[in-house]
Design a protein around this ligand. Sequence first.
Ligand code: BEZ
Length: 213
Amino acid sequence: MSDLKLGDKAPNFDAETSEGKINFYEFLGDGWGILFSHPADYTPVCTTELGVTAKYKEKFEKRDVKVMALSVDGVESHKGWIEDINSTQDTTVNFPIIADEDRKIANLYGMIHPKADNTLTVRSVFIIDPEKTIKLMITYPASTGRNFDELLRVIDSLQLTANHKVATPANWKNGEDVVISPAISSEDAKDIFPKGFKEVKPYLRMTPQPDKQ
Ligand code: BEZ
Protein backbone atom coordinates (compact mmCIF):
# COMPACT_ATOMS: atom_id res chain seq x y z
CA MET A 1 0.00 0.00 0.00
CA SER A 2 1.37 3.38 -1.00
CA ASP A 3 1.96 5.99 1.67
CA LEU A 4 2.58 8.98 -0.59
CA LYS A 5 2.20 12.40 1.02
CA LEU A 6 2.39 16.00 -0.16
CA GLY A 7 6.03 16.98 -0.55
CA ASP A 8 7.11 13.46 -1.55
CA LYS A 9 8.84 12.87 -4.85
CA ALA A 10 6.34 11.50 -7.39
CA PRO A 11 7.54 7.97 -8.18
CA ASN A 12 8.80 7.50 -11.73
CA PHE A 13 7.57 4.57 -13.84
CA ASP A 14 7.50 3.09 -17.33
CA ALA A 15 3.99 2.51 -18.63
CA GLU A 16 2.12 0.95 -21.53
CA THR A 17 -0.29 3.62 -22.73
CA SER A 18 -2.73 4.39 -25.51
CA GLU A 19 0.18 6.29 -27.11
CA GLY A 20 2.83 3.56 -26.68
CA LYS A 21 5.47 3.01 -24.00
CA ILE A 22 6.11 6.13 -21.92
CA ASN A 23 8.51 6.97 -19.12
CA PHE A 24 6.65 9.28 -16.76
CA TYR A 25 9.52 11.66 -15.98
CA GLU A 26 10.48 11.93 -19.66
CA PHE A 27 6.85 12.69 -20.47
CA LEU A 28 6.68 15.43 -17.83
CA GLY A 29 9.98 17.04 -18.86
CA ASP A 30 10.57 20.30 -16.98
CA GLY A 31 6.92 21.25 -16.63
CA TRP A 32 3.99 20.52 -14.35
CA GLY A 33 1.96 17.31 -14.46
CA ILE A 34 -1.42 15.87 -13.60
CA LEU A 35 -1.71 12.11 -13.12
CA PHE A 36 -5.27 10.97 -12.60
CA SER A 37 -6.97 7.60 -12.39
CA HIS A 38 -10.49 6.58 -13.33
CA PRO A 39 -12.29 3.34 -12.47
CA ALA A 40 -12.87 1.78 -15.87
CA ASP A 41 -13.17 2.29 -19.63
CA TYR A 42 -16.60 2.46 -21.27
CA THR A 43 -18.25 4.02 -18.22
CA PRO A 44 -20.36 7.19 -18.37
CA VAL A 45 -18.73 9.50 -15.80
CA CYS A 46 -15.21 8.62 -16.98
CA THR A 47 -16.24 9.29 -20.58
CA THR A 48 -17.28 12.85 -19.67
CA GLU A 49 -14.14 13.40 -17.57
CA LEU A 50 -11.75 12.41 -20.32
CA GLY A 51 -13.74 14.45 -22.82
CA VAL A 52 -13.40 17.57 -20.67
CA THR A 53 -9.70 16.88 -20.15
CA ALA A 54 -9.19 16.75 -23.93
CA LYS A 55 -11.15 19.97 -24.43
CA TYR A 56 -8.97 21.73 -21.81
CA LYS A 57 -5.78 21.08 -23.81
CA GLU A 58 -5.07 24.78 -24.36
CA LYS A 59 -5.78 25.63 -20.71
CA PHE A 60 -3.29 22.98 -19.59
CA GLU A 61 -0.71 24.05 -22.17
CA LYS A 62 -1.00 27.70 -21.09
CA ARG A 63 0.01 26.58 -17.60
CA ASP A 64 2.74 24.21 -18.86
CA VAL A 65 0.86 21.17 -17.55
CA LYS A 66 1.01 17.71 -19.12
CA VAL A 67 -1.82 15.30 -18.34
CA MET A 68 -1.81 11.51 -18.10
CA ALA A 69 -4.79 9.29 -17.22
CA LEU A 70 -4.76 5.74 -15.85
CA SER A 71 -7.06 2.80 -15.50
CA VAL A 72 -6.54 -0.93 -15.11
CA ASP A 73 -7.97 -1.72 -18.55
CA GLY A 74 -5.73 -2.71 -21.46
CA VAL A 75 -4.41 -0.71 -24.41
CA GLU A 76 -6.89 -2.14 -26.95
CA SER A 77 -9.78 -1.30 -24.62
CA HIS A 78 -8.44 2.25 -24.23
CA LYS A 79 -8.13 2.68 -27.99
CA GLY A 80 -11.70 1.55 -28.63
CA TRP A 81 -13.05 3.71 -25.83
CA ILE A 82 -11.12 6.77 -27.07
CA GLU A 83 -13.13 6.53 -30.32
CA ASP A 84 -16.32 6.66 -28.25
CA ILE A 85 -15.02 9.62 -26.21
CA ASN A 86 -14.10 11.49 -29.38
CA SER A 87 -17.47 10.95 -31.00
CA THR A 88 -19.73 11.41 -27.95
CA GLN A 89 -17.84 14.32 -26.35
CA ASP A 90 -17.09 16.12 -29.62
CA THR A 91 -13.35 16.24 -29.03
CA THR A 92 -10.12 14.38 -29.74
CA VAL A 93 -8.34 12.72 -26.84
CA ASN A 94 -4.89 14.28 -26.87
CA PHE A 95 -3.16 12.74 -23.85
CA PRO A 96 -2.03 9.21 -22.99
CA ILE A 97 -4.10 6.78 -20.93
CA ILE A 98 -2.02 4.25 -19.00
CA ALA A 99 -3.05 0.61 -19.35
CA ASP A 100 -2.18 -0.54 -15.84
CA GLU A 101 -3.44 -4.10 -16.12
CA ASP A 102 -1.07 -5.45 -13.44
CA ARG A 103 -1.98 -2.50 -11.15
CA LYS A 104 1.70 -1.73 -10.60
CA ILE A 105 1.31 2.04 -11.00
CA ALA A 106 -2.07 2.12 -9.27
CA ASN A 107 -0.48 0.46 -6.22
CA LEU A 108 2.60 2.70 -6.41
CA TYR A 109 0.34 5.75 -6.17
CA GLY A 110 -2.28 4.25 -3.82
CA MET A 111 -5.07 4.55 -6.37
CA ILE A 112 -6.88 1.39 -5.27
CA HIS A 113 -8.90 1.82 -2.08
CA PRO A 114 -9.98 -1.74 -1.25
CA LYS A 115 -12.96 -0.78 0.88
CA ALA A 116 -14.34 1.31 -2.02
CA ASP A 117 -13.45 -1.26 -4.69
CA ASN A 118 -11.06 -4.14 -4.39
CA THR A 119 -9.78 -4.12 -7.96
CA LEU A 120 -10.62 -0.87 -9.73
CA THR A 121 -8.92 2.47 -9.23
CA VAL A 122 -10.81 5.29 -7.56
CA ARG A 123 -10.69 8.85 -8.97
CA SER A 124 -7.27 9.93 -7.70
CA VAL A 125 -5.59 13.16 -8.80
CA PHE A 126 -1.94 14.09 -8.30
CA ILE A 127 -0.52 17.49 -9.27
CA ILE A 128 3.25 17.36 -9.67
CA ASP A 129 5.56 20.36 -9.92
CA PRO A 130 8.61 20.72 -12.23
CA GLU A 131 10.88 19.24 -9.50
CA LYS A 132 8.60 16.15 -9.51
CA THR A 133 7.28 16.97 -6.03
CA ILE A 134 3.69 16.01 -5.26
CA LYS A 135 1.86 19.30 -4.59
CA LEU A 136 -1.75 18.07 -4.45
CA MET A 137 -3.56 14.79 -3.88
CA ILE A 138 -7.34 14.47 -4.05
CA THR A 139 -9.48 11.35 -4.07
CA TYR A 140 -13.03 11.29 -5.38
CA PRO A 141 -15.48 8.38 -5.30
CA ALA A 142 -16.31 6.58 -8.54
CA SER A 143 -19.78 8.11 -8.59
CA THR A 144 -18.57 11.75 -8.64
CA GLY A 145 -16.98 13.25 -11.73
CA ARG A 146 -14.18 15.69 -11.04
CA ASN A 147 -14.29 19.45 -11.50
CA PHE A 148 -11.43 20.23 -13.86
CA ASP A 149 -11.85 23.97 -13.34
CA GLU A 150 -10.94 23.31 -9.71
CA LEU A 151 -7.75 21.57 -10.81
CA LEU A 152 -6.84 24.57 -12.99
CA ARG A 153 -7.61 26.87 -10.05
CA VAL A 154 -5.25 24.91 -7.79
CA ILE A 155 -2.53 24.97 -10.44
CA ASP A 156 -2.92 28.76 -10.72
CA SER A 157 -2.58 29.00 -6.94
CA LEU A 158 0.44 26.67 -6.82
CA GLN A 159 2.21 28.51 -9.63
CA LEU A 160 1.54 31.88 -8.00
CA THR A 161 2.58 30.85 -4.51
CA ALA A 162 5.73 29.16 -5.86
CA ASN A 163 7.00 32.60 -6.93
CA HIS A 164 5.47 35.01 -4.40
CA LYS A 165 5.18 35.10 -0.63
CA VAL A 166 1.40 34.82 -0.74
CA ALA A 167 -1.35 32.26 -0.23
CA THR A 168 -4.78 32.15 -1.86
CA PRO A 169 -7.96 32.43 0.21
CA ALA A 170 -11.16 30.38 0.11
CA ASN A 171 -12.83 30.25 -3.30
CA TRP A 172 -10.03 32.39 -4.78
CA LYS A 173 -9.88 32.60 -8.53
CA ASN A 174 -7.03 33.77 -10.71
CA GLY A 175 -6.90 37.60 -10.66
CA GLU A 176 -8.52 38.08 -7.24
CA ASP A 177 -6.83 39.43 -4.13
CA VAL A 178 -4.53 37.09 -2.22
CA VAL A 179 -3.30 36.92 1.37
CA ILE A 180 0.22 37.81 2.44
CA SER A 181 2.19 34.96 3.98
CA PRO A 182 2.14 35.17 7.82
CA ALA A 183 5.95 34.83 7.77
CA ILE A 184 6.23 38.35 6.25
CA SER A 185 6.13 41.29 8.68
CA SER A 186 3.90 44.20 7.71
CA GLU A 187 7.05 46.36 7.62
CA ASP A 188 8.65 44.08 5.00
CA ALA A 189 5.33 43.72 3.16
CA LYS A 190 5.48 47.44 2.26
CA ASP A 191 8.56 46.75 0.12
CA ILE A 192 7.56 43.34 -1.18
CA PHE A 193 4.05 44.29 -2.33
CA PRO A 194 4.23 47.55 -4.30
CA LYS A 195 0.50 47.37 -5.09
CA GLY A 196 -0.13 47.88 -1.34
CA PHE A 197 -2.09 45.80 1.12
CA LYS A 198 -4.98 46.03 3.55
CA GLU A 199 -4.44 44.84 7.11
CA VAL A 200 -7.77 43.34 8.26
CA LYS A 201 -5.99 41.74 11.23
CA PRO A 202 -2.24 41.52 11.83
CA TYR A 203 -2.41 37.93 10.54
CA LEU A 204 -4.90 38.65 7.71
CA ARG A 205 -3.51 41.02 5.12
CA MET A 206 -4.96 41.23 1.62
CA THR A 207 -3.04 42.39 -1.44
CA PRO A 208 -3.84 42.49 -5.15
CA GLN A 209 -2.58 39.41 -6.93
CA PRO A 210 1.09 39.89 -7.89
CA ASP A 211 1.91 39.48 -11.57
CA LYS A 212 2.83 35.90 -12.40
CA GLN A 213 6.47 35.38 -13.34
C1 BEZ B 1 -18.52 5.97 -14.35
O1 BEZ B 1 -17.48 6.38 -14.84
O2 BEZ B 1 -19.61 6.32 -14.78
C2 BEZ B 1 -18.51 5.03 -13.18
C3 BEZ B 1 -17.46 4.14 -13.04
C4 BEZ B 1 -17.46 3.27 -11.97
C5 BEZ B 1 -18.49 3.31 -11.04
C6 BEZ B 1 -19.52 4.23 -11.19
C7 BEZ B 1 -19.52 5.11 -12.26
